[in-house]
Design a binder for this molecule. Structure first.
Ligand code: ATP
Ligand code: MG
Length: 245
């Protein structure tokens, strides 16, 4: 996989041998097909990552987190699931789910082990992690291990949500330290749970990226640069569609 095609908004689409059975072709909302790595068992088990978020907009913090988790836990694929109506962000206006979905697709097109799901965007009502994880559990079946990837701030939040005991039966968690969020708070939260719970939560380090969607939205409002904080196709799409003005 040494060559590539230029896709929408300058996104790089890896060029692969049509007959390479390690890949399949997936439709994107931009009307093109993109190569995706087939799910392969690791030691007999399939391991799939779920990266949930508002992605308003998606940035390199999300991408490096997902890639690190994928590498360390041999996850393939990692599925990005932009939320429809996030229950914890009722107060402030969230960008149209379709726009966030398309931005997430643009950011993940070039990585054959990343894919984007419209599952939550298409669902009416609030988005809860338990519904999403249960959906994937039923879709892939019991032989698949699901790993829910979150930042340190988000896992503390998720654990305060309803049905967390059920959630942890369906998936394990990979929580990454995030610049600006105290490690102690994360450790304190985890130490409150039973040993059985804690064993299903894995803490990992990723290259520190103090990037947040909030900061990116603020920069755009002020007309400041977001270069090198988000992938270029995401930047181009935001500019062309006049988002976050
Ligand atoms: P906002 O500022 O709007 O809350 P955000 O940057 O926190 O946006 P979210 O969509 O809320 O992005 O986050 C989705 C997931 O990605 C969460 O689990 C969050 O903790 C994680 N995450 C976001 N940014 C980073 C980062 N820079 N490093 C590690 N994890 C991150
Ligand atoms: Mg956040």
């Amino acid at each position: 996989m040494f060559t590539s095609n230029t896709g929408p908004y300058g996104a790089v689409i890896p060029k692969i041998d049509e007959k390479d059975f390690n890949y399949y072709w997936q439709d994107s909302s931009f009307g093109i097909k993109v190569p995706k790595k087939k799910i392969k068992p690791h030691g007999g088990r399939l391991k799939i990552g779920i990266m949930g978020g508002t992605f308003d907009p998606i940035h390199y913090g999300h991408l490096v987190t997902a890639e690190s988790a994928a590498e360390q836990f041999e996850l393939s694929p990692v599925i990005f699931v932009p939320s429809g109506r996030p229950p914890h962000k009722r107060e402030h206006l969230v960008t149209d789910p379709i726009e966030r979905l398309r931005l997430t697709e643009l950011a993940t097109l070039s990585n054959p082990r990343f894919s984007t799901s419209s599952l939550e965007v298409e669902r009416t009502g609030y988005s809860y992690a338990i519904d999403t994880v249960q959906w994937f559990h039923h879709h892939y079946g019991p032989t698949v291990d699901l790993y829910f990837i979150t930042g340190a701030d988000a896992i503390v939040e998720i654990m305060s949500w309803h049905k967390v005991e059920r959630l942890i039966q369906y998936c394990q968690f990979i929580a990454v330290y995030r610049p600006g969020y105290a490690r102690e708070q994360l450790h304190n939260t985890i130490s409150q749970w039973s040993e059985e719970f804690s064993r299903r939560i894995h803490l990992i380090e990723v290259p520190a990226l103090a990037i947040s969607s909030t900061d990116i939205r603020n920069r755009l409002k002020k007309g400041r640069s977001i270069k090198y904080l988000v992938p270029e196709p995401v930047e181009h799409y935001i500019k062309e569609h006049l988002l976050y003005r």
